[in-house]
Design a binder for this molecule. Sequence first.
Ligand code: ZN
Length: 133
Amino acid sequence: MDPADSKPMLVPAMLMMRCPSCRKSHVFINKSIFPLSELVFLKDECEICGQKMKSEKNNGGGINYALTMILFFLNLCWYAPIFGISYKDNSVYYYLITSTIIVLLAQPYLMRLSRIIYLYLYVGFGNSRRVEI
Ligand SMILES: [Zn+2]
């Protein structure tokens, strides 16, 4: 393998929504999350390596649920030390409202991320090259 063909790192590629096989090309049709109706639309195949993106029907719903729960927990981690949570007043409700707003705002990104994680589970690095040759 020559240096120009080096392997981009897994996690940054995942967070940047890159193709699971070559980790260079963007996998979504729209780079921006708008319009929201086309948020999770994937390209048919990668323009660099030709990896097929629509090999499965799953939209990562289960992973999305897990990520949402993780985000609720992470919100608890910063909210509790700063504002404090107690059962004696309404602070639990304030936390839930704040957390829900944050989760809703992050939801477009989480939906994409869960789809990407699902793709990465099924498509390994260099997957498309094996098929071509
Ligand atoms: Zn690719």
